[in-house]
Design a protein around this ligand. Structure first.
Ligand code: HEM
Length: 484
């Protein structure tokens, strides 16, 4: 049957090229519903872009369990070897707008929606195992400094380094960002990390702390600053194109998935706070243990419907996986659903890409775009005396793992310690001579554009990580023409 053009409400359209006018030279008639429908819909095409991670690319695939972790977690999607769970993964850059270049020096988002039989689990991570800050109250300010100056509307090296130099716990992530890892060669050639500490909860309600690692099977590949800069001009959609084309030609990217596991008791005794997202857990203390494989094998059919409307949240958790007390993570548990209600509306979970494959049944009703039947005739309140109403299952630990907390409410700050510089220094010392050259060149080329007192404060931070590191950044800047 011919695919007949219709209006939004399904009426056949006779003509899509010529509006109805009053006479040959008269005005256009408002009774031309198809014209009004078309213009009015067009006028409303744009939705807010994500406040961070606006530019991205996504794909469908699956997660497969390759190693048995069922004694550590009651999560059903992890309960048997070979079990596959459908996923949607969105990669992104962080600071740029929706049209910005894929090769910008920036962390990369690595967000996975697992469509499990117990609802969706979202693993909303990055391609870096650590982050710049460790208190959620700093996040909006931090992001402001990475975006445009409120007056000039330009990227601003003073804002960028002013903030970071005053927040020295950022030094570890800054070192990663300005290494060549800060400009990965597309999305297929980089790792993903939960970064945060999460919990795995077993059938008895006992939990262990874990960090998730997704290691690229394509091998890590990075770009130099020069290559990244050139690509930003010539092919700003480089990573998006690379991902789409690889999947389209059947070259399906994959990641081997590992866990680091820490016993709950160890967390209290460990030599630094294991919930501090500015630090990694050294592999020699907590080795990687393989759990599964992640494969991307299908491109979205429609970018907006899937990649733009997908809505991840660290608070979308399944029984057997829970959040830890990591303060940043706690802030994120609130922030994501909140921004989705703003960006996509209160019924964002009903959008097909976000809808779980398992049943949704609760007493939420109405709101903009309630499109899933809205609970039909089932009661919209509880308690009730109806048999067809959804009921809680009365199993402690279904939505959270209980644990003991005590202490006085206060603004308990972290104490800045040498540990904050240690891991950055260690990373610097681990680099090859060439990697260090690139790091110094990348930092000097950016930091030279900040004011002298800001530069000095940041150089002092590099020196606290490693004396040579600070000295070389200072010398590198002196060779360029730094801002007065
Ligand atoms: C308190 C700290 C943080 C806050 C308040 C925060 C907030 C946000 C917000 C509001 C968005 C936009 C979401 C959307 O519109 O769909 C976002 C996106 C994202 N964030 Fe964060 N974020 C924080 C820290 C982090 C950290 C530490 C990571 C990684 C470990 C991370 C990874 C991501 C990713 C991957 C996305 C993009 C998700 C997608 O592809 O749709 N964020 N964040």
């Amino acid at each position: 049957m011919a695919n007949i053009l219709t209006t939004s409400n399904g009426n056949p359209v006779d003509n899509n090229q010529t509006s109805i006018t009053a006479g040959e030279n008269g005005p256009v008639l408002i009774s031309d519903f198809h014209l009004i429908d078309k213009l009015a819909h067009f006028d409303r095409e744009r939705i807010p872009e994500r406040v961070v991670h606006a530019k991205g690319a996504g794909a469908h695939g699956y997660f497969e369990v390759t190693h048995d972790f069922s004694k550590f977690t009651k999560a059903k999607f992890l309960n048997s070897l070979g079990k596959r769970t459908p996923v949607f993964l969105r990669f992104s850059t962080v600071g740029g707008e929706k049209g910005s270049a894929d090769t910008a020096r920036d962390p990369r988002g690595f967000a996975i929606k697992f469509y499990t039989e117990e609802g969706n689990w979202d693993m909303v991570g990055n391609n870096t195992p650590v982050f710049f800050i460790r208190d959620p109250s700093k996040f909006p300010d931090f992001i402001h400094t990475q975006k445009r100056n409120p007056q000039t509307n330009l990227g601003d090296p003073d804002m960028f380094w002013d903030f970071l130099s005053l927040v020295p716990e950022s030094i570890h992530q800054v070192t990663i960002l300005f290494s060549d890892r800060g400009t990965p060669d597309g999305y297929r050639h980089m790792n993903g990390y939960s970064s945060h500490t999460l919990k795995l909860v077993d059938h008895a309600g006992r939990f262990r702390y874990v960090k998730w690692h997704f290691k690229t099977d394509q091998g890590n590949k990075t770009l130099t600053s020069q290559q990244a800069g050139k690509l930003a001009g010539e092919d700003p959609d480089y990573a998006t194109r690379d991902l789409f084309n690889a999947i389209a030609r059947g070259d399906h990217p994959s990641w081997t998935v590992y866990l680091q596991v820490m016993e709950a008791e160890d967390a209290l005794k460990y030599r630094f706070n294991p919930f501090d997202v500015t630090k990694v857990w050294p592999h020699k203390d907590y080795p990687l243990q393989q759990i599964g494989k992640l494969v991307l094998n299908r491109n979205p059919e429609n970018y907006f419907a899937e990649t733009e409307q997908v809505a991840f949240s660290p608070s979308h958790l399944v029984p057997g996986i829970d959040a830890s007390v990591d303060r940043m993570l706690q802030g994120r548990l609130f922030s994501y659903p909140d921004t989705h209600r703003h960006r996509l509306g209160p019924n964002y979970s009903q959008i097909p890409i976000n809808a779980p494959i398992s049943r949704v049944s609760n007493h939420h009703r109405d709101g903009f775009m309630a499109v899933n039947g809205n609970g039909g005739s089932v009661p919209n309140y509880e308690p009730n005396s109806h048999d067809n109403s959804p009921r809680q299952i009365n199993v402690v630990g279904t939505t959270f793992a209980n644990e003991e907390v005590s202490g006085r409410t206060d603004r308990h700050g972290y104490v800045l310690t040498d540990d904050d510089f240690f891991q950055a220094g260690q990373l610097y010392r681990l680099m090859t001579a060439e990697q260090r050259d690139h790091l110094i060149e990348n930092i000097a080329g950016h930091l030279k554009n900040a004011k002298l007192h800001i530069r000095q404060r940041q150089i002092a931070n590099f020196s606290r990580a490693d004396k040579e590191y600070g000295r070389r950044v200072e010398e590198g800047i002196a060779k360029l023409s730094p801002k007065a």
